[in-house]
Design a protein around this ligand. Structure first.
Ligand code: PLP
Length: 431
C-alpha cells in the first residue's frame, strides 16, 4: 500500500533511531528524500534542494548516475558475494586494489578493504600496533590525534576523535589514545617527549579537518609532522575519508603538501556513496613486514572486506571521476566557491572567516550570545540549499561540500541561495 507522508513521518519517529541526531523531533524527519539527480535532491513533497554537502561529504560524482546501478546489478547477477578471507579473492577487489595503488601517493600500494570510514580507522590502529609487535617494539601502542579531528564512531575511531563531545557520548573509551592541538607541531613534539617515543605507535590526521569545521592546516604543517614522525620512528596515518577522490582539487589531499604517509584511510568518495566501501592503504615497508617477514596471520578482517559488488561500483566511480575530469572541476569550482564565500564575508559583518580547499569549505560566523550557523542552515533548507552547521568545541561554522560535478551555474545558484538565507538571518537578528 502507499503510505501518506504523515504516516511515514510518524513511523520514522516511532521506529527509526537516526544516526547523529536529536533524539526528539517535533514532526519526524524534515526531509524524506525520494530521488537524486546531479547536485539536486528531491523529497517526498516534491521539494527540490541543492545537495551542498554531497549528502555526507561523499556523493562526489553527484546523484542519479545509473551506470553505477548497472555495474552493481551485473556484478550481483554474476557473483553477489564471496569471501576474501585468507586465500579467497575476487576480480573486482583485485582490480580496485591495483587501481588504488596507481592513484595513491608514494609507495602506498596495498589495500585492506572495509565497509566505511570508521572501520578503516579502527583497522589502521590495529594494523599499526600489529606492525610494531612484528618489529619487536611491543610498547608502541599509543595513537595520537589532533584536536577538532573526527575519525568516526567505532570504539577506536571515537577514541581517536578530537571533538570531545563524541567521546563524552559514552563513559568509557578505548585506552592509549592521546590528543594534541590541531595546528601545533611543537605540541606534538612535546607530547611525544613526555610520553616517550617508544610508547607511540602512530599519529593520525585528516589532511583538512571536515566534521570539526573545515580547518585547513598551515602550509608547512604536514611536512613538519612527517619529519617528527620519522625522527621518532612513529607511523603517520592520514584519514582521507572525506578528502580523498577529488574532494580538495587533487585526487588525494596530501598531494597538496607532497607528503606521503605510512598508511592512508579512505571511504565515502571511493564509491560516491553508491555502495558501502572503505579501506586502509599501507606502504610497501609495512606490507613487506606483514607478508614476507611474518609467519603469523592478520587476525583482523570483516565479512565484507573486499565485497565484490562494492568494489565493482568503486571501479566504475573512479572511472567516471577520471573520464569527466572531476578533480580539475573540484579545483576550479572550489576556487569560485571560496571567492563567493569571501564576498559574503565582505557583505555581512557577522561572518568572520571563509576558508576551504577545493570543494570543501567553511564559513565561520559569530554573534555574541547566540549560534548563527544552525539558523543559517535552517533558512538555507527553506530556500532550497542543504548545508551543515558545526557547533562543537565552541565553534559556529557553516560547512559546504557539494558534488564535484557541480557546474559554474549551479555553484552560482548555491551561493545565491546561501546569500538569501544569510540575509534572512541578518533580518532576524537586527529586527
Ligand atoms: N573519518 C573522517 C575524516 C570522516 O569524516 C568520517 C565520517 O564522516 C569518518 C572517518 C567515519 O566514516 P564512516 O561514517 O563511513 O564510518
Amino acid at each position: 500500500r502507499n503510505y501518506s507522508i504523515e504516516e511515514l513521518r510518524a513511523l520514522d519517529q516511532k521506529h527509526f533511531l537516526h544516526p547523529t541526531s536529536p533524539v526528539k523531533t517535533e514532526n519526524g524527519p524534515a526531509f524524506i528524500f525520494t530521488e537524486g539527480k546531479g547536485v539536486y535532491l528531491y523529497d517526498i513533497t516534491g521539494k527540490k534542494v541543492i545537495d551542498g554537502m554531497s549528502s555526507l561529504w561523499n556523493v562526489n560524482i553527484g546523484h542519479g548516475r545509473t551506470e553505477l546501478g548497472e555495474v552493481a546489478k551485473e556484478q550481483m547477477d554474476k557473483l553477489a558475494f564471496s569471501s576474501c578471507f585468507a586465500t579467497f579473492s575476487n576480480e573486482p577487489a583485485i582490480l580496485l586494489a591495483e587501481k588504488l595503488a596507481g592513484l595513491a601517493p608514494g609507495d602506498l600500494s596495498t589495500t585492506f578493504f572495509t565497509s566505511g570510514g570508521s572501520e578503516s580507522n579502527d583497522s589502521a590502529y590495529k594494523l599499526a600496533r600489529h606492525y610494531w609487535i612484528l618489529k619487536g617494539e611491543v610498547s608502541r601502542k599509543k595513537i595520537i590525534s589532533r584536536s577538532k579531528s573526527y575519525h568516526g564512531v567505532a570504539i577506536g575511531a571515537t577514541s581517536a576523535t578530537g571533538l570531545k563531545a563524541f567521546r563524552d557520548f559514552t563513559n568509557s573509551n578505548a585506552p592509549d589514545f592521546l590528543y594534541v592541538d590541531h595546528f601545533s607541531t611543537k605540541a606534538l613534539r612535546d607530547l611525544i617527549e613526555t610520553e616517550g617515543p617508544e610508547t607511540i605507535a602512530a599519529f593520525i590526521t585528516e589532511p583538512v579537518q571536515g566534521a570539526g569545521g573545515v580547518h585547513v592546516a598551515p602550509e608547512n604543517y604536514f611536512k613538519e609532522i612527517r619529519e617528527i614522525c620519522d625522527e621518532y620512528g612513529i607511523l603517520m596515518i592520514t584519514d582521507e575519508v572525506i578528502t580523498g577522490f577529488g574532494r580538495t582539487g587533487k585526487f588525494f589531499a596530501m598531494e597538496h603538501y607532497n607528503v606521503v604517509p605510512d598508511m592512508m584511510c579512505f571511504a565515502k568518495g571511493v564509491t560516491s556513496g553508491y555502495a558501502q566501501l572503505g579501506g586502509v592503504m599501507i606502504s610497501e615497508k609495512i606490507h613487506r613486514e606483514f607478508s614476507e617477514l611474518s609467519v603469523g596471520t592478520i587476525l583482523h578482517g570483516y565479512t565484507y572486506s573486499g565485497h565484490p559488488m562494492a568494489c565493482a561500483v568503486g571501479l566504475k566511480n573512479i572511472e567516471i571521476i577520471e573520464k569527466e575530469n572531476l578533480v580539475a572541476n573540484s579545483a576550479a569550482r572550489g576556487q569560485e566557491l571560496l571567492e563567493g564565500l569571501k564576498a559574503l564575508q565582505a557583505k555581512y559583518p557577522f561572518i568572520v572567516n571563509a576558508r576551504g580547499l577545493g570543494l570543501m569549505a567553511g564559513l565561520e560566523v559569530f554573534s555574541e550570545g547566540s549560534l548563527l550557523a544552525p539558523q543559517i542552515v535552517l533558512e538555507a533548507a527553506k530556500v532550497g540549499l542543504i548545508c551543515r552547521a558545526v557547533v562543537l568545541d565552541g565553534q559556529d561554522v557553516v560547512v559546504f561540500s557539494p558534488p564535484l560535478s557541480i557546474s559554474q551555474a549551479e555553484l552560482k545558484d548555491l551561493l545565491n541561495l546561501l546569500d538569501k538565507a544569510i540575509q534572512e538571518v541578518e533580518n532576524k537578528i537586527t529586527a
